[in-house]
Ligand binder design. Structure first.
Ligand SMILES: *[C@@H]1O[C@H](CO)[C@@H](O)[C@H](O)[C@H]1NC(C)=O
Ligand SMILES: *[C@@H]1O[C@H](CO)[C@@H](O)[C@H](O)[C@H]1NC(C)=O
Ligand SMILES: *[C@@H]1O[C@H](CO)[C@@H](O)[C@H](O)[C@H]1NC(C)=O
Ligand SMILES: *[C@@H]1O[C@H](CO)[C@@H](O)[C@H](O)[C@H]1NC(C)=O
Ligand SMILES: *[C@@H]1O[C@H](CO)[C@@H](O)[C@H](O)[C@H]1NC(C)=O
Length: 220
């Protein structure tokens, strides 16, 4: 749509006393929005993870880029996971459109951060969705399990936000080194990875939070 139509749509009611109702030509803009970024019809890549609950709604597909961190107690220990740190970029449209995710991170600011509050508790802080702590509910090997960290279903650890589940899918990299040989005692090993995080909310909880916020009430 030409930018001037936006201006017309919003400026007319202010400028004229009784403007003719502005109609989008054939509702084309609305249709275009649906067609380009419709997460409602966007299917998860297939896996044996339990699907999201019926009442949960996909609201964001984030591309995560960061590191999986491991520690080595000593040279003969097995590397132990101490969590991950990643920037989250909005890949909703790119995935809905089946476009390449290659430029998603370059073209935008991060919409959130992923990190761990302890060795087993992931947190996701996302603009508009708040800070959610989760727990690992299920894990399945990635299609290329020798190269990529497993796919996961994470469930919210509490109902402090509207987020209910986050799936880690289409992972790339991030596996621990097979041994600690050559590592100093206590060394942290950072292994680069990427993943898609598919984020599901409870629409009822989101609506309730919006109501509470509009009334100036505490959210929890
Ligand atoms: C298209 O979007 C509109 C408004 O966002 C919504 O009411 C409608 O149900 C959507 N249609 C489809 C087919 O997704
Ligand atoms: C994990 O690695 C990141 C770099 O990606 C670093 O900023 C972070 O401090 C590390 N966390 C721990 C617990 O070592
Ligand atoms: C190395 O670390 C592991 C895991 O903490 C421990 O079980 C083992 O006893 C340690 N070995 C040596 C030689 O210190
Ligand atoms: C992600 O992008 C979509 C489409 O541009 C937008 O509707 C949505 O609000 C964005 N989400 C976040 C968390 O920025
Ligand atoms: C995710 O990975 C699967 C293969 O496991 C691939 O078929 C699919 O196209 C990928 N989807 C996205 C959105 O990247």
């Amino acid at each position: 749509m030409h930018p001037s139509l936006f201006v017309a749509a919003f400026a007319l009611p202010l400028a004229l006393a009784a403007p003719a109702p502005y109609r989008l030509p054939g509702n084309s803009f609305r249709r275009q929005l649906n067609d380009t970024c419709n997460l409602a019809n966007t299917q998860q890549p297939s896996s044996t993870l339990t699907p999201p609950g019926d009442n949960n709604q996909l609201v964001l597909i984030a591309l995560g880029q960061g590191t999986q961190n491991y520690t080595c107690a000593n040279e003969t220990a097995t590397p132990a996971s101490i969590g991950a740190v990643a920037d989250l970029f909005n890949a909703s449209c790119a995935v809905a459109q089946k476009a390449s995710l290659g430029s998603v991170a370059e073209d935008a600011n991060a919409v959130g951060q992923h990190f761990f509050v302890d060795n087993t508790t992931p947190e996701f802080d996302i603009i508009g969705l708040g800070n959610t702590q989760l727990k690992k509910a299920e894990a399945v090997p990635a299609p290329n399990a020798a190269a990529d960290v497993p796919w996961l279903k994470l469930d919210a650890a509490n109902t402090n936000t509207a987020v209910r589940s986050i799936y880690r899918l289409n992972t790339s990299g991030g596996l621990a080194p097979s041994t600690c040989a050559g590592q100093a005692a206590g060394a942290v090993v950072q292994v680069a990875y990427e993943a898609q995080y598919w984020i599901y909310i409870s629409p009822d909880a989101m609506a309730a939070r919006r109501r509470r916020r509009s009334l100036g009430l505490p959210l929890n």
